[in-house]
Ligand binder design. Structure first.
Ligand SMILES: NC(=O)c1ccc[n+]([C@@H]2O[C@H](COP(=O)([O-])OP(=O)(O)OC[C@H]3O[C@@H](n4cnc5c(N)ncnc54)[C@H](O)[C@@H]3O)[C@@H](O)[C@H]2O)c1
Length: 282
């Protein structure tokens, strides 16, 4: 995509973390911004911040796991700004835990936001973006958890592997149609954001009062520490996303040091050997 000024970007999970940083990066290019998020207060704060900076912005409270909400988001975005050129399906949650200890509600929440959220985004926006017949770009936020399968992260890995393949398939389908829209998948490792506190956004109806095992509690603490210690900032990731859109780059892997772990997993598959615990090898 080459023209950004006066074009429109929709970012889900845009109230904080990576989504907020991407939206700001696009706003600095002169784009009009639609922020979608479930977290009302954070959404209001970020909207104000954009308004104060003089950026055209529309904030839409959205639960991306609900198809109706995402359809309504698309209607508002197209109606308010007359088009959509960048769509970032970025909203996500990251509960951890041993695979057999996760409840139906745990799975429903995680897959609802991380997988259905992206499905709804593609379904609600891409046909209308194609109709515009102008350049556009869809960025889906996966994770390196979409390229690896370490212990204690099953639901998150299942959801993010799904986002990786969904985006690869989107790329193929767009190419097969000769579309002017391109796609990218963002696969960061640890970036300091609010992701370790994603339970804050779990709807009450999908909450379990089950105690976590000591192993899972310890892993949760390790992950929280790893996220907090992430050396690449949300702003740096947003910059890489912008560069990828501007140069039609598909895979966005901000953390170069994770690549040997990805290579090991690929080798495990090709050599038909047991999966390596790549977290231990780093
Ligand atoms: N921070 C990291 O280390 C990291 C690494 C890899 C991938 N990611 C992915 O990056 C994306 C953004 O996360 P982040 O790190 O900025 O965390 P974050 O918690 O700061 O931001 C996530 C945003 O998504 C919103 N959200 C949650 N559930 C929602 C729902 N149902 N509908 C709409 N919005 C919802 C939250 O309110 C929040 O604003 C996620 O998909 C996450 O899985 C993060």
């Amino acid at each position: 995509m080459k023209i950004f000024k006066d074009r429109v970007a929709v970012v889900t999970g845009g109230a904080s973390g990576l989504g907020r940083a991407m939206a700001l990066r696009f706003a600095r290019e002169g784009m009009k911004i639609v922020l979608a998020d479930i977290e009302k207060d954070a959404l209001g704060r970020t909207e104000k911040e954009f308004e104060n900076a003089g950026y055209p912005v529309l904030a839409v409270r959205t639960d991306v796991s609900r198809g109706r909400d995402v359809d309504a988001l698309a209607d508002k975005a197209f109606k308010s700004f007359g088009g959509v050129h960048i769509l970032c399906n970025n909203a996500g949650v990251a509960p951890g835990g041993t695979i057999w200890e996760q409840s139906e509600k745990d799975w429903e929440w995680t897959l609802g936001v991380n997988v259905w959220g992206v499905i709804h985004g593609i379904r609600a926006f891409v046909p209308r973006m194609l109709e515009q017949n102008v350049e556009g770009h869809v960025v889906n936020t996966a994770s390196v958890a979409g390229l690896l399968s370490p212990p204690g992260m099953a639901m998150y890995c299942v959801s993010k592997h799904s986002v990786v393949t969904m985006t690869e398939c989107l790329h193929q389908d767009l190419a097969a149609f000769g579309a002017k829209i391109r796609a990218s998948v963002l696969c960061p490792a640890f970036v300091p954001t609010g992701i370790s506190d994603s339970e804050r956004n779990r709807p009450d109806a999908l909450r379990d009062e089950k105690a976590k095992s000591p192993v899972d509690l310890q892993r949760e603490e390790q992950l929280r520490h790893a996220v907090k210690s992430g050396r690449i900032s949300a702003e740096q990731v947003a910059d890489l996303v912008f560069q990828a859109i501007a140069s039609d780059k598909f895979y966005i892997l901000p953390h170069q040091r994770i690549k040997p772990a990805i290579e090991t997993r690929m080798q495990d598959i090709l050599l038909e050997r047991d999966p390596t615990n790549t977290l231990n090898k780093r």
